[in-house]
Design a protein around this ligand. Structure first.
Ligand code: TYD
Ligand code: MG
Length: 452
């Protein structure tokens, strides 16, 4: 059999039958290299004869014969982390911690190591920073390491050897983009390297029962060669996100083989590292929402948690040309839709008005449940009258001007009530529980506007 040659991209692993200067899949230049088909593929070219009589049925497993296994989870005693992990770190699991550079991943893993440093060996491998640099951060976090060892190595075989010999309870590899394997011929950071290194770490984690945290950088679009391509290999995928210029960080899990992915952790970057936020529902609400025209408080749900946000609108006459629509923290198309609905269904003249919309607190809200708050903020800004004190608005706006029901309405009402709101404008749906707040049910946007 003649060996066919194919060309493989070193950045995205796409294959093509012909060479070209630019990879057609990822658009990178000069990454295609010749490889022969069949390399690595097991059993290619062998004739296979099906013979069912020779199959040993004992190979198939009956679930009733398996004893249920309870995972002994290691608690970090950082409530947000334990909750996200489904109750603690499972030994032998491979955890991927992704996030933009500078968001606080290295800080977070050091804090986890600090919490676990009480008798069992721990390992921190970094190819990004020197021992001195990490020592600075350790001091900053008020951490006096006892059993933590540092390994400044980027060769994955060495790292795995260290795990096998040192047998730590937790090993951290910071970051997956800096490690390389001798067995793969490409630069560190390429997809094939990243994948090969992850597979090696997975094996080391499972054979030594060591939990391994892999740190991975993602760029703004999240598609860069790296973390996204290994989500299927690891047990848990965590993302640390937030605005670098605001203190708040959200830790969310997009995959968890040992727990639910509905949890979301709220942390704040302080002088002493990441700290838990005492009242997360309030974290995105500006300190004291004042009753200004154009400002309406609403509630959005992320994971299992409800957060209150302040929506601010500024409406000014258009001086020149087309009326402007500008947003910060909100989808521009959605704003355009809402202003069109207000124009058509509530007879609001917005045709010669510029609209600026801002979500206070630096968070990007995509949930339609804050539609009603956006519509009321615009109306309030246009008329220059504020909403009554301690009022909150929840609801999705339909193209006909109707207010549609939203999911988790009761959770939102509960949070609002807890934080001292007394009046809630909400869609007309049945509620299971009784609340002390006044709930003003609205069916149409024109009804809601009457409360102004
Ligand atoms: P870092 O953990 O290095 O981010 P990553 O590993 O994701 O690239 O931390 C990034 C930022 O956090 C850095 O700019 C400084 C800031 N920081 C604090 O504000 N407080 C602290 O206690 C620490 C350790 C860092
Ligand atoms: Mg780092």
């Amino acid at each position: 059999m003649s060996e066919k040659t194919i060309f493989t991209c070193s950045a995205c692993d796409a294959q093509s039958p012909k060479w070209s200067g630019r990879c057609l899949n990822c658009g990178k230049w000069g990454t295609l290299a010749e490889t022969s088909e069949g390399q690595g593929a097991k059993g290619k070219g062998q004739k296979f004869n099906l013979d069912a009589t020779k199959f040993d049925q004992k190979k198939l497993v009956d679930f009733n014969t398996i004893a249920g296994q309870k995972f002994e989870r290691v608690k970090t005693k950082m409530a947000e982390i334990d909750q996200i992990m489904g109750g603690g770190i499972v030994p032998g699991s491979l955890i991927l911690l992704g996030g933009e550079p500078g968001i606080g991943k290295s800080t977070l893993v050091l804090q986890i190591l600090k919490q676990l440093d009480n008798g069992t060996p721990l390992l921190y491998c970094s190819g990004e920073e020197s021992a001195q640099q990490i020592k600075l951060r350790v001091d900053r976090l008020n951490y006096k390491p006892q059993n933590l060892r540092f390994f400044g190595e980027t060769n994955i075989e060495e790292v795995c050897a260290a795990i096998h010999s040192f047998k730590p309870q937790l090993a951290v590899v910071d970051s997956i983009q800096t490690v390389y394997s001798n067995e793969v011929e490409s630069e560190a950071g390429n997809v094939s390297q990243i994948r090969a290194c992850t597979v090696k770490l997975l094996e080391a984690a499972k054979t030594t029962n060591t939990a391994v945290i892999l740190v991975g950088h993602v760029t703004k679009d999240g598609t860069m060669a790296g973390p996204k391509t290994l989500e299927h290999l690891v047990d848990v995928v965590l993302y640390l996100e937030g605005d670098k210029y605001q203190g708040f960080r959200l830790l969310r899990s997009s995959k968890n083989r040992f727990g639910s992915t509905n949890e979301i952790g709220v942390l704040e970057m302080t002088e002493q590292g990441l700290e838990e936020v005492k009242n997360p529902a309030k974290s995105f609400l500006s300190a004291t929402p004042q009753n200004l025209p154009g400002s309406v408080v609403s509630c959005f749900v992320e994971g299992n948690r409800a957060f209150l946000v302040e929506v601010q609108a500024l409406v000014t006459p258009t001086i020149f040309g087309y009326p402007q629509r500008k947003t910060s923290g909100y989808d521009l198309n959605r704003l355009q839709m809402i202003s069109a609905v207000l124009f058509k269904r509530a007879s609001l003249n917005l045709n010669n008005q510029d609209i600026h919309l801002n979500i206070v607190g630096g968070f990007k809200v995509t949930e339609p449940a804050i539609d009603l708050a956006v519509a009321l903020a615009i109306t309030s800004a246009l008329r220059n009258v504020p909403l009554p004190q301690n009022t909150l608005a929840i609801g999705e706006l339909g193209l006909g001007g109707e207010i549609r029901p939203v999911q988790n309405l009761e959770k939102r009402i509960y949070e609002a009530q807890k934080l001292g709101f007394t009046n809630i404008i909400a869609p007309d749906t049945k509620l299971q529980k009784e609340y002390t707040v006044i709930i003003q049910r609205v069916k149409h946007i024109s009804e809601a506007i009457k409360s102004l």
